[in-house]
Design a protein around this ligand. Structure first.
Ligand SMILES: NC(=O)c1ccc[n+]([C@@H]2O[C@H](COP(=O)([O-])OP(=O)(O)OC[C@H]3O[C@@H](n4cnc5c(N)ncnc54)[C@H](OP(=O)(O)O)[C@@H]3O)[C@@H](O)[C@H]2O)c1
Length: 276
């Protein structure tokens, strides 16, 4: 039976991505959309799955209405209280959950890069570039690159620390204001002199069977944009630092694509349905 989806926040970057993906999904259809400026379209009562794709702080008001349905909240609001929706790490938990929190886009890249070597990480340095669409529909493109919330101030640092189980992360996000989509995160893990081979092998092995993650020579957002794929590049340095580059499309694997991947698991569908 087909999943009948409602999308609240349907006119934003993430909402529109979900609407587009579900239009081509064999086992799901959109039965209702809503945003404040667009108003309601379709029949909410027909929905058995709800995507909340609104800015943070907005989901709460809709929770009573969606209480008896499966829900995916793309905002930060439930990332430490609901099941955390990175299927490559938590597939079984997601499949058994009715409420899943979509991870942040930076956090998706950083966590996928570092999770397989959590136990080897003493300290993690991250510099990550993001296209302007990471900042929502009100941000506009200009010729500029800008570090912001440098060091330990970005709101997605909390979920990174929570999932990776370490406080020792320094994070420098940078917005590429002339680029529309895509995130390329560079993670530097020092102190791996004696464990470098273990670390490289752990990351390679972790994603062997993952349909959307590939370890490649040179990750690039151009290779993954428009897809739900993740590219990871590994550069072991002679002095014991492992440099891990991770490229994703923030609107796909970093948001809407991963939301559909989660919906698939929550509804007993093949993980790749509508995303291949
Ligand atoms: N952009 C990304 O790369 C990305 C990645 C991962 C997670 N996220 C998260 O996903 C969420 C959506 O992000 P976005 O980039 O799609 O934002 P966006 O482009 O600004 O879109 C927000 C959507 O929510 C609607 N909205 C706002 N307040 C609402 C309310 N009270 N009730 C109903 N609809 C409301 C907006 O339309 P109206 O103004 O017409 O109501 C719009 O459709 C955010 O929480 C964001 O942090 C974004």
């Amino acid at each position: 039976m087909s999943v009948k989806a409602a999308i609240i926040g349907a006119t934003g970057h993430v909402g529109r991505t979900v609407v587009r993906l579900l239009a081509d999904h064999r086992d799901a259809e959109v039965v209702y959309t809503y945003s404040r400026t667009q108003g309601p379209e379709g029949d909410f009562n027909a929905a058995d799955f709800v995507f909340l794709t609104m800015p943070h702080g907005s989901a709460q008001q809709y929770l009573p209405e969606v209480a008896d349905r499966r829900v995916l909240d793309a905002s930060v609001d439930h990332r430490t209280t609901w099941t955390y929706g990175i299927p490559e790490l938590f597939a079984e938990r997601i499949a058994n959950s009715t409420q899943v929190a979509g991870p942040g886009c930076y956090a998706t890249a950083v966590i996928l890069g570092a999770a397989p070597i959590c136990d080897l990480v003493q300290r993690l340095y991250v510099v990550a570039d993001s296209g302007i669409s990471g900042a929502g529909k009100d941000a506009s493109e200009i010729e500029s690159t800008r570090p912001y919330k440098v060091g330990n101030a970005h709101f997605q640092l909390g979920e990174m620390k929570h999932v990776l189980g370490t406080e020792r992360i320094l994070f420098v996000p940078k917005v590429l204001e002339s680029v529309y989509r895509g995130i390329c995160a560079t993670l530097i893990v020092p102190g791996l002199q004696d464990r470098m081979n273990d670390a490289v092998e752990a990351i390679r092995m972790a994603y062997d069977a993952a349909p959307f993650v590939d370890v490649v020579e040179e990750p690039a957002t151009a290779h993954v944009n428009g897809t739900n794929r993740v590219e990871i590049g590994l550069h072991p340095m002679a002095d014991g630092e492992l440099i891990i580059n991770v490229a994703i499309d923030n609107l796909m694997k970093g948001a809407g694509g991963q939301a559909v991947q989660n919906m698939n698991l929550m509804c007993g569908l093949p993980e790749t349905a509508g995303l291949a």
